[in-house]
Design a protein around this ligand. Structure first.
Ligand SMILES: [Zn+2]
Length: 243
């Protein structure tokens, strides 16, 4: 049963066709693991909290630096020097105190990944490096936890929904050696792609389709062009392959 407060808080989405209390209860029971509380993690966590996802785990090893503030809108000047996960929790609870927030102030590695990610319904990849993404991808494949992947740099980014074996895994179509991410970015780029990432997460948790399964969406903010590329499982993939 939703409380009076919840009915008020979520009123403007509860009225959507095919939403209603049943979908809201589903979101309330959902557990989402968000890897990274930076440029992508900021809009993802804020929108997942505001929509009423009941259980959020935030994992990030870093502390807030002044150079983060052009894009990482979870954090403000008074959070400089504070761990990103504590700063994130504070912002999330100001926005929606009904959400349960678990924080993990650590780097995800091959050794700890299974324990750190634990049991959740969905992983959202808001990381800034492919090494850790590959570790998280492996957990997604082995535990069969779907993952919303996104990446951004400069004025653009990409996004896809991964749920092997129904879709490829990240390693099927991205080579870790090919990817060198730059640190230079316009904040609104991360805000936009992170918002789309949150929407894909909400659609999956609520049971609305279709999603970006087997498609990668590319967006260029300079030309304002969207493009999608179909992707397939690689039977020889070192992570999810069967060959
Ligand atoms: Zn694969």
């Amino acid at each position: 049963m939703l409380s009076e407060k919840e009915l008020g808080l979520y009123a403007r989405q509860l009225g959507l066709r095919s939403w209603g209390p049943a979908v809201q209860e589903k979101l309330k029971k959902s557990k989402v693991f968000v890897a990274g509380a930076g440029g992508l993690g900021s809009p993802v966590l804020l929108y997942l909290a505001s929509v009423g996802v009941g259980h959020l785990t935030v994992c990030d090893p870093d502390v807030v630096d002044i150079s983060n503030l052009n894009r990482q809108i979870l954090h403000a000047f008074n959070s400089i020097g504070v761990s990103k996960v504590d700063s994130a929790k504070r912002s999330i609870q100001q926005l929606n105190p009904l959400v349960d927030v678990r924080t993990l102030n650590e780097r995800i590695t091959d050794k700890n990944s299974m324990d750190v990610i634990g049991n959740c319904d969905l992983i959202v990849d808001c990381l800034d490096n492919f090494e850790t993404r590959y570790v998280v991808n492996r957990v997604s494949v082995e535990r069969r936890i779907p993952m919303v992947h996104a990446g951004v740099s400069g004025f653009g980014g990409q996004l896809t929904f991964l749920q092997p074996p129904e879709t490829p895994c990240l390693a099927c179509f991205m080579d870790i050696k090919d990817k060198e991410e730059t640190n230079y970015i316009v904040g609104a780029t991360a805000g936009f792609i992170g918002s789309l990432q949150a929407l894909e997460a909400v659609k999956y948790l609520a049971g609305f389709g279709p999603s970006l399964k087997n498609r990668v969406l590319f967006w260029d903010g300079l030309t304002m062009k969207f493009d999608t590329m179909n992707v397939k499982r690689n039977p020889r993939c070192g992570v999810c392959g069967t060959a």
